[in-house]
Design a protein around this ligand. Sequence first.
Ligand code: MN
Ligand code: MN
Length: 459
Amino acid sequence: MEKDKYQNLLYNKENYYEKTEESEREKIFDFAEGYKKFLNICKTERECTNFAISKAKERGFSEYHFGDKLAKGDKKYFINRDKGVSLIKIGNRDIEKEGLRIIVAHIDSPRIDLKQVPLFESDGFCYLKTHYYGGIKKYQWTTIPLSLHGVIIKKNGEKVNINIGESESDPVFYISDLLPHLSRTQMAGKANEIINGEQLNVIIGGVPLKDAKADKIKINILKILNDKYGITEEDFVSSELCVVPAMRARDVGIDRAFIGGYGHDDKSCAYPCLEAMLDVDNEITSICIWVDKEEIGSEGNTGMKSKVFEDLIDEICYALGCNPRQVRGRSICLSCDVDGCYDPNFPNVFEKKNTALISCGACMTKFTGSGGKSDSSDASAETVYKIRKLLDKNGVTWQTSELGKVDQGGGGTVAKFISQLNIDTIDIGLPVISMHSPYELISKADLYSMYRVGFEFLR
Ligand code: MN
Ligand code: MN
């Protein structure tokens, strides 16, 4: 009893499932159903962008271009090169006084891209040469069913969308690994050399075309592709294709507590952010940004480093007759990205008190980076407090987190690029088990907590 008396002096994380009433638990499980459907049809940034556009249109949003007029009550979406999309809501309140509410998540996930001259044939197989995208453990991507996604721009300028391997009747693709019987040398090597980058060759076929003179399997593949899409080998040069796990998102656990799936990083944040943006009927002017290229450092004109996001904010301000510098300085942004979850199977790399625990809610990360916090924007105590107050006031289950032990490794998010625009920015997202693997794991409780974070922030 003496212990309880002092309980309120302590910071404790609580399991969200344990805290919830039956009605809230139902909401948690219902929300997960929509998310799984999204995950199954949105494996690339282009597919995510299309999804967000169609969802936004259903809710009365219309397309916005730089220079367009904006007025209170407008609901708009801005497309960046089909690989990112921002939803914009113009509220009633004065943004020069109150700033914007910005919520960001990335829609690219680690995967295996095709090279620009991918096809080659060897000893009964036709393969695709690849170049992996993002930080992957290469050996994890062998011996699993893979699907092919992306676009090819043909010689005549026509754009062909490719999506093979997701429907039950489709074939899938495959990267081989060595049989254990002959793996003595392989298994004695370093894990990052078990499969090297040039070994990530994807099997695409094996039937030779009888009347071809050489490369009979490759010619047959090209003939099939030509019959179906009208493409030639040269057209791969202007293509953007990748292979991703062909596996569907599934409930994990007999109690269905978890979801296994490809791309929880960062679609488990992107989806709840979008849903919150669509559901909130707000007075505040807000932007929900789905951004590309986070996994390779937020580079290029579709990544968070791009000037396009500063331009977007500026354009909104000009359209509303406001000073963008004043608005940015008073804005606040949630950089919604996943964090490493404490894994009892690998306790040594985590410092448990400061690591996100599964099912304890969305995790707020004051700083990311590595070593001495390098490459982190390190949100201020004031910014942390603003969000802490907001979430606590509204009864949202959340927790604080840091990625693993000091000097064990590290990682970054888009937060630092947004904060450079003079916007208070803080990371918050889901704890993920087996991050960057072909089949990651999250908790449904954390997913719903993220939705509640987004909803209360934008409300
Ligand atoms: Mn991420
Ligand atoms: Mn990542």
